[in-house]
Design a protein around this ligand. Structure first.
Ligand SMILES: [Zn+2]
Length: 272
């Protein structure tokens, strides 16, 4: 049951999953509504596998967890694969000191509700998300908007963000600026975002974080983000997954996940 899956053969890259989410409106929201206890990347990964295998998306659990819930996995059902963090210890070369680091492995361990039978499940409630709670948990301060250029929608510097009171899409702008901070961009430079901000990979990263968050949380602005990222992806070498580097895609999923978890009413146990 714990077979490690060869990633290159069976599992789409994060960049491919991100492009899938960008090109299919509604996919992110659907993934969040059924798989919200899991990380944003795993939500999309689970949904794509359900679609490929014709499974009805629904709650997922491991074999023992279903047993705890009074249900059993039906005979012959194949598990879905998710990516999970594991802690590893490594001894430093010239001393006896050990240090811990996190590594990621793919495991085929999860079954969707329809692959199981047994006791009825309690209805699922999706936790509420609050921007102020997210800012506090992430140790990011919202400061007054003091830019003189009216085209600037918002800006981020170090661990501070500001949103133009006249911003066209304030929720989307807030998530975009939070994205810059969590992605580590503001330790490198200050970001003031106008309608005319030139496209760069950093902007695409921040806008992708905003897309994942806006659509998951049902906030206004996802369509704007989608258009922006699609233009970037279409640029130059055509419509393919190479337009967003794999490393950027990993960063984007991780940042969106951090922002969403930070603003929730309940602290989620770390699953996968
Ligand atoms: Zn920006």
């Amino acid at each position: 049951m714990e077979n490690q899956v060869n990633q290159s053969a069976a599992i789409p890259k994060w960049s491919a999953l991100l492009i899938e989410a960008v090109t299919k409106p509604g996919l992110i929201m659907k993934a969040y509504s059924v798989f919200h206890p899991y990380s944003v990347g795993n939500q999309i990964l689970a949904l794509v596998q359900c679609q490929l295998r014709g499974l009805q998306p629904g709650p997922i659990n491991t074999f023992p967890k279903w047993k705890d819930l009074g249900r059993f996995v039906k005979r012959g059902e194949r598990a879905l694969t998710l990516c999970m963090p594991i802690s590893c210890k490594r001894r430093k070369e010239d001393s006896d000191e050990e240090h811990t680091y996190t590594s990621f492995v793919y495991k085929a361990r999860w079954f969707v509700l329809n692959q199981t039978d047994g006791q009825e499940l309690e209805p699922i409630t999706i936790p509420e998300w609050d921007a102020t709670r997210a800012l506090t948990a992430l140790n990011i301060e919202r400061i007054p908007f003091d830019h003189t250029d009216g085209n600037v929608q918002g800006f981020a510097r170090k661990r501070q963000i500001a949103i133009n009171p006249l911003a066209q899409l304030p929720a989307k702008t807030l998530l975009h600026e939070l994205g810059h901070v969590i992605l580590g961009h503001t330790t490198e430079a200050e970001f003031a975002d106008a309608d005319t901000t030139p496209r760069s990979l950093r902007e695409v990263e921040a806008e992708s974080v905003a897309l994942l968050c806006c659509e998951s949380l049902g906030l206004e602005g996802a369509e704007f983000c989608r258009g922006y990222i699609q233009n970037w992806v279409r640029r130059g070498n055509g419509f393919d997954a190479e337009a967003i580097p794999e490393k950027s895609a990993q960063k984007i999923f991780r940042a969106a996940d951090q922002i969403i978890r930070a603003g929730r009413s309940e602290i989620d146990p770390v699953t996968a």
